[in-house]
Write a new protein. Sequence first.
Length: 431
Amino acid sequence: MKQPQMNRRSVLKAGAGLAGLAALGLPASAFAQERRLRMYWWGSKERADRTLQVNKLYQNTYTGVAIDGETLAWGDYWPRLATQTAGRNAPDVIQMDYRYIAEYARRGALLPLDPHVGKGLDLKDFPPSVVDSGKVDGKIYGISLGGNTSSTIYDKDAFAAVGLPPPNLDTDWRAFAKLMAEFTKAAKRPGYFGSQDGGGLEPIFEGWLRTRGQELYTPDNKLGFGEKDIEEWFAYWADMRASGGCVTPELQALDKQNVENNMLTLGKAAIGFAHSNQLVAFQSLNKSKLAMTSYPTGGPGAKPGQYIKPSMLFSLSARTKEVDEAVRVLNFFVNDVTAGKILGVERGVPASAPVLKGIAESLDDLGRAMADYIAAMNSRVGPLPQTPPGGAGEIQVLLRRVNEQIGFDRLKVADGAKLFVSEASRILARG
């Protein structure tokens, strides 16, 4: 049986048992007796390769189980999950983001995991704060696959070539803008800039807000900032575009918020913004030596802009017909040391101390760099914010759309700020 090609927009099948039967010339109906689970995640080819390897390991360890893996890019992932959930056809094991977990849990789409703790799901080696990060309204709906924080990923070779220092943990927003404009000028490469345009990226906007003592959302699920604040944000990136410090709107429009289309990977900028666990995927697609540092800071006396969060979680569908098996799969991913060695830190630094200890010696330079970065940031981060309210995903898309319209001169900065606050408030009110 010819195996399907690894295309990140395609459905990836991890049914090793089916392939084995086919190789023996047995009919597919013979495979129907096996328990089947569907697992769904977003991410790069690097993540897909590692995930499929762990699924194969699981199937070799526990016979009579087949796991079908499905993966899409971030932008395509959530509409498909929403459609499948609405059609009562959600995957059994779902890679979940902190931004969406409350929305899906409160819709009754996710299985509460509390009854399985100590009975198939072992969380004794997880810090309480990590367990809490998967809770909604006091119940556990997701288990962290690793911890990470936001990062600025940069091309070390490019900065060395122009003789400029890359940004570091102490670079503030004003210095960052100045450095990016200087880089673009020094590089002298048409269509190549210092940074991607971050004006439409919610994580970096959130980091900027937090340095000012603000949050994206209030405890009563309203915007935690005003029209003037978002206007200053849009103006910052408008100035960056004007100075040449970041890419043009035409280039940024090519970025679909995945590693493959990031301006850094496409060779259009020396800097891209991403989660720290994505360094592995970025390096696999970039020939130049990459490194990472924090987002720009608010300067002396400012509050921390970043926080340590679950890079992503595994949740289970409330409609899964194989509850015990799905729980065991989840437990295998977060507690099995051999699985941990395969996964590495691509999904973040493991929460389980035994797993982290078990994989430490097997980490390559990139893995150690990510672990060291998290260690360095531990004293530079603020508390984990509240779980985003329903509609937060729509607001993330809205931020990108309005920033793009401003970039293409379809909206003035002030008008874009007014539109954003109005539309975001309407989305939150709708719930």
